[in-house]
Design a protein around this ligand. Structure first.
Ligand SMILES: *Cc1c(COP(=O)(O)O)cnc(C)c1O
Length: 389
C-alpha cells in the first residue's frame, strides 16, 4: 500500500499548509520583502498591495469591508483583543459578559482575566447536544451586558451554533456579538451582515495556511464597536494592532482562504462522506459506541466518538504509529485534563476519558480512512479484552 504513516487525522488542531499557499508566500520572504508600512518605495508598495489583497479576500469571505479587518498573530490574539479590548473601551456601558461552557480556552481564559479586573461573566451551560439554549441567553442579558461570545463551530465536537438567531437576540438587546469562527472559516458560509456578528476571529493554520497569523473582524458602523488595542506602537491596523505586518503569512492567509472558498461545497461533501464512512464502521463494529454532541449540524470533517471501556489515552498510544488523533483539545498543553467541552455536555467522567476526536481534512484519502477504521477497531478489540480480564 502507498500509505504514508502516521495518517494525520487531527485537522482541528492544525492543518498542513497547502503547497499552493506555500508557493504564493515564498516571494514575500525573498524578492518582495518590503515593509507594508513603507509607502515611499516599490518594496513597501508591493508588500502593502499584497496585504490589501488578503484583506479584501477575507472581508469578501464574511461580507465585511476591508477596513474592518485587523491582522493578528492568530485566533488566540484575536479573541483576547476582542474580549479585553471591548471590555476596556465599553466599561462605562457595563461590565457584564456572557459566554458558553464549551468555548475555546482563548475566550474562557480572557474572561477569567477580566474577572480579576472587576468584570463579571456568566458562563451559560449548553444543551446535551452542545447547542446554546437561546431562551437561556435571552434571560441572561442585562442592561449592563456588553458582549456575548459564542463560537461558530466547536473545535472538539464540531457543533455549529445558530449564529443568526444569536445575532438577532444580541442586536435586539444592543449587546455586541463576538464569534470565534476559527473552525468554521472556509468550511461553512459566514456572513457578518446576515448573522449580525460584530466581531469575528479566525486563524490561517486551521484552513491550510501558515501558523502564527489570523485576523479579527471589527464592525465599523451600525453599530461601530469601540475596541481598545492590547499592543501599542506604530499604529498599524487602524491603531488596533501595532507591529510590522507579517507580509508572507498574511499572503498565505489570503491564498489559503481563496482556495478553501473556491472548493468549499464540494470539499465539505467529500469530507462528510469520508467521515460518515468512518463513523458508520466504528458505530457498527464497536458495541455501545456513540457520537458526542449533535449528530446533525456538525463540521463535515469532525467525528467525536465515545468508545466504551477503553481509555482514549491507551488507544491513542496503541495507534500512535498509524494515526495521529486526539482525545480533545490540543490547546490545553501538557496536562491530560478531561475535556471541558465533553464535561459540559453532561457526560460522565469515564465517558469523557474514553472519547476520541477525529478531524478529517483536505489531504485525507478514502484509502487512509479505510486503513484508520481497520486499525482503530483492531486496537480497540485488543485493548477491550485486556480491560475485561
Ligand atoms: C485553534 C483555535 C484557536 C486558537 O488559534 P491559534 O491560531 O492557535 O491562536 C481558537 N479558537 C478555536 C475555536 C480554535 O480551534
Amino acid at each position: 500500500m502507498g500509505l504514508s504513516l502516521p495518517i494525520f487525522l487531527d485537522n482541528h488542531s492544525t492543518t498542513r499548509v497547502d503547497p499552493l499557499v506555500l508557493e504564493a508566500m515564498l516571494p514575500y520572504f525573498s524578492d518582495t520583502y518590503g515593509n507594508a508600512a513603507s509607502k515611499n518605495h516599490s518594496f513597501g508598495q508591493e508588500a502593502e498591495s499584497a496585504v490589501k489583497q488578503s484583506r479584501v479576500t477575507l472581508a469578501n469571505a464574511i461580507k465585511a469591508k476591508p477596513q474592518e479587518i485587523v491582522f493578528t498573530s492568530g485566533a488566540t490574539e484575536s479573541v483576547n483583543l476582542a474580549i479585553k479590548g471591548v471590555a476596556e473601551a465599553n466599561s462605562s456601558k457595563g461590565k457584564h459578559f456572557i459566554t458558553l461552557t464549551t468555548e475555546h480556552k482563548a475566550g474562557l481564559d480572557s474572561f477569567k482575566w477580566l474577572e480579576q479586573e472587576g468584570y463579571e461573566t456568566t458562563i451559560l451551560p449548553v444543551q446535551p447536544d452542545g447547542l446554546i439554549d437561546l431562551d437561556g441567553l435571552r434571560a441572561t442579558i442585562r442592561p449592563d451586558t456588553v458582549l456575548v461570545s459564542v463560537m461558530a463551530a466547536n473545535n472538539e465536537i464540531g457543533v455549529l451554533q445558530p449564529l443568526e438567531a444569536i445575532g438577532q437576540i444580541c442586536r435586539e438587546n444592543e449587546v455586541f456579538f463576538l464569534s470565534d469562527a476559527t473552525q468554521a472559516m472556509g468550511k461553512v458560509p459566514l456572513d457578518v451582515g446576515k448573522m449580525q456578528i460584530d466581531l469575528l476571529a479566525c486563524s490561517a493554520h486551521k484552513f491550510y495556511g501558515p501558523k502564527g497569523v489570523g485576523a479579527l473582524y471589527v464592525r465599523r458602523s451600525l453599530p461601530k464597536v469601540p475596541v481598545t488595542a492590547l499592543i501599542d506602537g506604530g499604529g498599524h491596523e487602524s491603531g488596533l494592532r501595532s507591529g510590522t505586518l507579517n507580509v508572507p503569512a498574511i499572503v498565505g492567509l489570503g491564498k489559503a482562504l481563496e482556495l478553501s472558498l473556491r472548493n468549499m461545497a464540494k470539499e465539505e461533501k467529500r469530507l462528510a462522506e469520508l467521515r460518515n464512512k468512518l463513523e458508520t464502521r466504528l458505530l457498527s463494529e464497536i458495541p455501545e459506541s456513540h457520537i458526542n454532541g449533535a449528530k446533525d449540524g456538525r463540521l463535515a470533517g469532525n467525528l467525536n466518538i465515545h468508545l466504551p471501556k477503553v481509555e482514549s489515552e491507551a488507544l491513542m498510544i496503541a495507534l500512535r504509529e498509524d494515526i495521529a488523533i486526539s482525545s480533545g483539545s490540543a490547546c490545553t498543553t501538557a496536562a491530560v485534563e478531561p475535556s471541558h467541552v465533553l464535561k459540559a455536555l453532561g457526560l460522565a467522567d469515564d465517558t469523557v476519558y474514553s472519547s476520541i476526536r477525529f478531524g478529517l481534512g483536505r489531504f485525507n484519502t478514502e484509502e487512509e480512512i479505510d486503513y484508520a477504521a481497520d486499525r482503530v477497531v483492531e486496537e480497540y478489540q485488543r485493548l477491550v479484552e485486556f480491560a475485561l480480564v
